[in-house]
Design a protein around this ligand. Structure first.
Ligand SMILES: *Cc1c(COP(=O)(O)O)cnc(C)c1O
Length: 376
């Protein structure tokens, strides 16, 4: 028999492996919701809100339709509106800034630190003006931002803090507090590939402020209060009962899955220590959860296409710094405004990482990267 060489493909993300592990729980959740109803909000959502609030260590949690709406509603509940400025980082997913514009406010971008790709906290204070209403720090790639520093500066200037924890479910952000619980509100996405993912879209705001939680409960559901009066114009952005039931089945696994990501991340770090030309993005000393494993390399596009040929799937987070996207053109930024982010955007490459990635897959990726790096 001919031996055929089958080249193994290392997927960027494989959710099937995760879902097989909790298949019985997901099926039970599905059956329960079909039998009892409660498809939008309802008992499953209330139960999951309690579970999630307890898990992160916040007094309240409000389930919404997406991470984007979590940010949008949290900013509104913090009083952000037309004419206000909200400071955020230029290297993040577009949703962070979209949520600011959805409030009618203006996003004010701040450049990043090259080695971590996180907001440069030396520059952040300079971006605050009398019009600044809030700041949105982003725990990007699963790396917690230095919240002591953010909170100190924000409180000194009297601005609210809405944490974008959409990539950092369960990360220890310092002093035993989890990402999302330190600011006035913390926002999470349950997009399927996030550290905690639904089988569709979903999001959550956590807060210790009952007024913020109450306002978001109105905003997510047409502004309707307990007496069924529409007290203000709201949105249709409810967490679905089915998704809440799936998420309740998955939440007990989150810490173990985060540990598996940390193991994969540490193995990558260890193996890349001897590979010339590859710089892992790392905020050393913090609890990096490796939502994404990002490295910086020269000739990134060439490296990426060679890796694709070798069966290694990769991503770029994010290819275009926010200020250079046509969608944000009206805010008056131009090429050259954020030199670090612009340089880094040409060098970053996200490698496969997910809880169930196998040790030999990580080794295969590093071997493929080393081989490519030898001749670019
Ligand atoms: C995923 C993500 C969001 C938005 O979440 P959706 O659920 O897709 O709306 C916002 N910010 C960051 C940093 C994200 O990664």
């Amino acid at each position: 028999m001919d031996t055929e060489v089958v080249r193994r493909v290392v997927p960027f993300v494989d959710l099937q492996r995760q879902h097989l592990q909790v298949a019985a729980g997901l099926s039970a959740a599905f059956d329960r919701v079909i039998a009892r109803g409660g498809f939008t909000l309802g008992g499953e959502v209330e139960n999951f809100e309690k579970m999630f609030a307890e898990y992160v260590g916040a007094s309240d949690a409000v389930g919404v339709g997406s991470g984007t709406d979590a940010l949008h509603f949290a900013l509104r509940a913090c009083g952000v509106g037309p004419g206000d400025e909200v400071v955020t980082v230029v290297n993040t997913f577009a949703a962070t800034a979209e949520a600011i514009t959805m409030c009618g406010a203006r996003p004010i971008f701040v450049d990043i630190v090259e080695s971590t790709c996180l907001m440069d906290l030396d520059l952040f204070e300079e971006a605050i003006t009398p019009r600044t209403k809030a700041i949105v720090p982003v725990h990007l790639y699963g790396q917690p931002v230095d919240m002591d520093r953010v909170m100190g500066t924000a409180r000194r200037h009297g601005v609210k803090v809405v944490e974008d924890a959409c990539q950092a479910h369960g990360a220890n952000a310092g002093n035993g507090a989890k990402a999302g619980t330190i600011g006035d509100a913390g926002c999470f996405s349950f997009y399927p590939s996030k550290n905690l993912g639904a089988l569709g879209d979903g999001g959550m705001v956590v807060t210790d402020d009952p007024a913020i939680a109450q306002r978001i409960r109105l905003l997510r559901n047409h502004g309707e209060d307990a007496q069924r009066r529409h007290t203000e114009l709201g949105w249709c952005s409810r967490l679905h009962g089915m998704q809440a039931a799936f998420l309740s089945a998955k939440l007990p696994m989150l810490d173990a899955w985060n540990d598996m990501r940390r193991d994969a991340g540490r193995l990558y770090d260890e193996l890349f220590a001897t590979v010339a030309g590859v710089s892992p993005v790392e905020n050393s000393g913090t609890d990096h959860l490796y939502h994404l494993y990002v490295v910086q390399v020269d000739e990134r596009d060439q490296v990426r296409s060679r890796l694709s040929d070798a069966g290694v799937q990769t991503g770029i987070h994010y290819a275009v710094p926010l200020h250079l996207n046509p969608a944000f053109a009206s805010y008056g930024y131009t090429q050259g405004d954020f030199p670090v982010a612009e340089r880094v955007a040409r060098r970053i490459l996200s490698l496969p990482v997910f809880p169930h990635i196998k040790e030999e897959e990580v080794r295969d990726v590093v071997a493929a990267v080393s081989e490519v790096m030898r001749d670019v």
